[in-house]
Design a protein around this ligand. Structure first.
Ligand SMILES: Cc1cc2nc3c(=O)[nH]c(=O)nc-3n(C[C@H](O)[C@H](O)[C@H](O)COP(=O)(O)OP(=O)(O)OC[C@H]3O[C@@H](n4cnc5c(N)ncnc54)[C@H](O)[C@@H]3O)c2cc1C
Length: 489
C-alpha cells in the first residue's frame, strides 16, 4: 500500500479514460502521485477529482469516511473483491443510491438482472421521461403511512434533481400540471446517471441472477462484511458464479409493474426473508377494462379523447380520458385507477365546466328545433355523442329539444355530469405504471430507508409501499429515497 500525499491539487495532465485497464491505471496512478507530490501539501484530498479519472479502481479509502487514500494491490482479483455496498437493481432508485454512496467514497456494486440498466427511464414519459414535478407534496403519494415519504422528499427535493439535470446540460420543458420532461430524449437522464456512476467508480454488472443472500452473523463477520451475496452472471450460453460480501445491501428491484421492463417480485421475497411484512399490492396508474356492452362502445370509440373530471372515493382528477379498444385510459383514468378497488364504480363528468341539466334546459329555450345530439356534439364530438345517444336516448334521437320535458333533460344532464361506470378490472401489471403497496413502511426508517429490524439492509424506490400520482412523482420518489439511502449505506 502506497500512501497518497494529502493535497487538493488537480492532476490535470493525467490522461482521461473510461474503461481503465490495470496497466493504464498503474501508469496514471504513478503520474498522479508524482504530480501530487510536487504540489501543495496538507489540504484535503478531493476524492471526486480522482474518481473523475477512474482512479477509484486503484485507490481505496484509508478508512471509512476518511480523506486519505491508498493504492490498491493491482493483482487483486476484482471478482473476489468485497464491496461496501451492493445494490440489487439498476433502475432509477438504484442508480441514484449508487452514485450518492460512491461519491462518499463507498465501493459500490450494482447487480442488474436485465441486459441493461434503466429500462423504465428510457420508456418513460413517451420517451421523454417526466423526471420530476415543480410541485411535490406528500399528498401526491399513496401509502398506508402518508407521512413516510416526507423526510426523504425534503432531504432530496425536485430542485436538487433539476440542478443535476442542469449541470449535465440537459434541455427540459415544463408541461401541464408542472410536469418536467426532457426536451429531446429520456436517454439523456439515463446517460447522466451512468456518467455520474462511472465518474464516482460505481461498478455495474448486468445479466445477473441472485442465487442467495446471507446475513453474516457477528461471530464470523470479516472485514466489516455483513452480507454474502452469491450470484450468477449469464454470459452467452454459460454462467459464471460469484460470491461477494458487502457491509450494506440495498434492494432497488422495483415492483411488479411491466415485467418486460424489469418488473419483479424479488424485493418482496427479500423483505419476507428478513421478516419484514408487505402490504397488499395491486396495479396502479393503469387503464380500465370492461366486459359488458361498454367494451364494444370503447372499441368503436378507440382513439377518441375527451376532457373530463373523474371521481372515486372522494378523489377527483380533471384531465383527458382516452377510449381504447379494451376500455378507457388517459391521464384522468390512470390517476383515478390508483384509488379504485375491484367492484367500485367511478363517476365521469363529461362536461366538467357546465351544470349540464341547467345548460340543456336553457338550450331547449334558445335552440328548440335542435336535436340533442347537435347541441352536445360541439362539446363532446360526433363519435362520442352518437354512442351516448345509443346508450341513453335511442328512442328520442329524432326528437327536437322542444319536445323533451325539463325533467327528462335534467335526468340526461345528470348522466352527462355523473356517468357511472363499473370497470370489470384493470389491464393489470402488464401495463401499470406503478405497483401500489409493497414493503411495509412501518418497518423502514423514513430518514434512511434502512430496515428497522435488520442493520445494513435498505429498501428504496417502488418496492416500498409508496406510489406517486402521475406527473413525475414516482421518479422523484426514486431519486429521493435512493439519495437518502446513499448517504447512509
Ligand atoms: C411505461 C412506464 C412509464 C413511466 N413513466 C414515468 C414517468 O414519466 N415519470 C415518473 O415519475 N414515473 C414513471 N414511471 C414509473 C417509474 O418508472 C417507476 O416508479 C420507477 O422507475 C421506479 O424506480 P425503481 O428504481 O424503484 O424501479 P425500476 O426503475 O423498475 O428499477 C428496478 C430495476 O431492478 C431490476 N431488477 C428487478 N429484479 C431484479 C433482480 N432479481 N435482480 C437484479 N435486478 C433486478 C430491474 O430490471 C430494474 O432495472 C413509468 C413506469 C412505466 C412502466
Amino acid at each position: 500500500m502506497l500512501p497518497i500525499p494529502q493535497t487538493s491539487a488537480r492532476p490535470s495532465s493525467v490522461t482521461l479514460f473510461n474503461r481503465p485497464n490495470i496497466g493504464a491505471i498503474e501508469r496514471c496512478a504513478q503520474e498522479c502521485l508524482q504530480l501530487l507530490a510536487s504540489k501543495r501539501q496538507g489540504s484535503a484530498y478531493d476524492s471526486r477529482r480522482f474518481s473523475m479519472i477512474g482512479l477509484r479502481h486503484v485507490f481505496k479509502p484509508a478508512k471509512h469516511n476518511s480523506t486519505g487514500y491508498y493504492l490498491k494491490n493491482p493483482d487483486n482479483n476484482k471478482d473476489q473483491e468485497n464491496y461496501d455496498v451492493i445494490i440489487f437493481g439498476g433502475g432509477a432508485a438504484g442508480l441514484m443510491c449508487a452514485l450518492t454512496a460512491a461519491n462518499r467514497g463507498r465501493r459500490v456494486l450494482v447487480l442488474e438482472k436485465s441486459n441493461r440498466i434503466g429500462k423504465k427511464i428510457l420508456m418513460s414519459g413517451g420517451g421523454r421521461c417526466n423526471f420530476t414535478n415543480l410541485s411535490i407534496e406528500p399528498e401526491n403519494f399513496l401509502s398506508a403511512n402518508p407521512h413516510f415519504c416526507k423526510s426523504a422528499l425534503k432531504r432530496y427535493t425536485q430542485w436538487d434533481f433539476i440542478k443535476l439535470v442542469e449541470q449535465h446540460g440537459i434541455a427540459y420543458e415544463e408541461r401541464k400540471h408542472q410536469q418536467l420532461f426532457c426536451k429531446d430524449s429520456a436517454k439523456e437522464i439515463l446517460a447522466m446517471l451512468q456518467r455520474e456512476c462511472e465518474a464516482s467508480g460505481v461498478r455495474i454488472m448486468t445479466h445477473i441472477d441472485i442465487s442467495s443472500i446471507k446475513s453474516i452473523s457477528p461471530s464470523d463477520e470479516k472485514a466489516g462484511a455483513s452480507y454474502q451475496i452469491r450470484f450468477l452472471k449469464r454470459e452467452n450460453e454459460s454462467a459464471k458464479s460469484y460470491s461477494i460480501n458487502s457491509e450494506s445491501l440495498v434492494v432497488a428491484t422495483g415492483a411488479l409493474s411491466v415485467p418486460t421492463l424489469g418488473g419483479s417480485g424479488m424485493g418482496y421475497d427479500i423483505a419476507q426473508k428478513f421478516s419484514i411484512p408487505l402490504t397488499d399490492r395491486r396495479a396502479g396508474l393503469v387503464p380500465f377494462m370492461f366486459t359488458d356492452q361498454l367494451k364494444s362502445v370503447c372499441e368503436r370509440l378507440s382513439g377518441v379523447s375527451v376532457e373530463v373530471e373523474v371521481s372515486c372515493h372522494s378523489q377527483s382528477f380533471s384531465e383527458s380520458m382516452l377510449f381504447t379498444h379494451r376500455g378507457i385510459s388517459g391521464p384522468a383514468i390512470l390517476q383515478i385507477s390508483s384509488y379504485w378497488n375491484p367492484g367500485d364504480t367511478i363517476s365521469i363528468n363529461l362536461l366538467p365546466q357546465l351544470d349540464a341539466s341547467t345548460w340543456l334546459c336553457q338550450s331547449k329555450k334558445t335552440k328548440p328545433k335542435n336535436l340533442l345530439k347537435t347541441v352536445l356534439q360541439k362539446s363532446l364530438g360526433k363519435a362520442l355523442v352518437s354512442e351516448l345517444q345509443q346508450l341513453w336516448w335511442p328512442n328520442e334521437a329524432e326528437k327536437p329539444l322542444a319536445e323533451f320535458s325539463d325533467q327528462r333533460l335534467k335526468q340526461l344532464g345528470g348522466q352527462l355530469n355523473h356517468w357511472q361506470l363499473k370497470p370489470s378490472g384493470t389491464e393489470g401489471y402488464r401495463t401499470a405504471e406503478v405497483t401500489l403497496g409493497g414493503v411495509d413502511t412501518d418497518f423502514i426508517s423514513s430518514r434512511t430507508m434502512e430496515a428497522k429490524n435488520q442493520t445494513g439492509l435498505f429498501f428504496i424506490g417502488e418496492v416500498l409501499d409508496v406510489s406517486g400520482h402521475l406527473g413525475g412523482y414516482n421518479f422523484q420518489w426514486a431519486w429521493s429515497s435512493g439519495y437518502v439511502a446513499g448517504l447512509e449505506v
